[in-house]
Design a protein around this ligand. Sequence first.
Ligand code: GLN
Length: 192
Amino acid sequence: MVRIGILNLQGDISEHLEITERALEEMNLKVDVLKVKITEDVSKCDAIIISGGESTVIGKLMEDTGIGKIIVDKKIPVMGTCAGMVLLAKRTDYEQPLLGLVDMEVKRNAFGRQKVSFEDEIEIFGDKFQGVFIRAPHIEKVGENVDILSKYNEKIIAVKSGKYIATAFHPELTGDTLIHRYFIKEALDCAE
Ligand code: GLN
């Protein structure tokens, strides 16, 4: 049985759980979705979603629990949203534990104070999508093996690098399953 785990250390977990289940229903797929908190859970998963939240806290907990090491060693596909995106990066503008799985440099809280949280339409996969930005990071630089999926006001806000997908915004807070469907498809291709 294929399993998708939603990392449950800190952050907005339940929204990801709901939208992943809805995406699977729409795709007519039978895949387990579970919250994961300990290394044993994580190693049973074929893909992991790291939610928004506080990346310094999630990063520290991933380090302390050994979950980060398992994700890296087992090369589990990961989708990281907002704080999750920060954690996928190789470098940020702040000293903190990172998974370093995507060759990119991320600037935290990058959209400025006056725009701490906002919503706007973005474009991704040739479709319109509602971008929900909450103290969102953006990507300053990407390496050669990183594909840019979306930009907003010239800033990179979504990328794919092999089995890793990162978005600066929160796709779980819209009713739209587009990005979750994309990640599930990619993760299932890797699991085959
Ligand atoms: N700014 C937060 C961080 O870097 C991320 C905010 C979010 O996930 N909504 O951890």
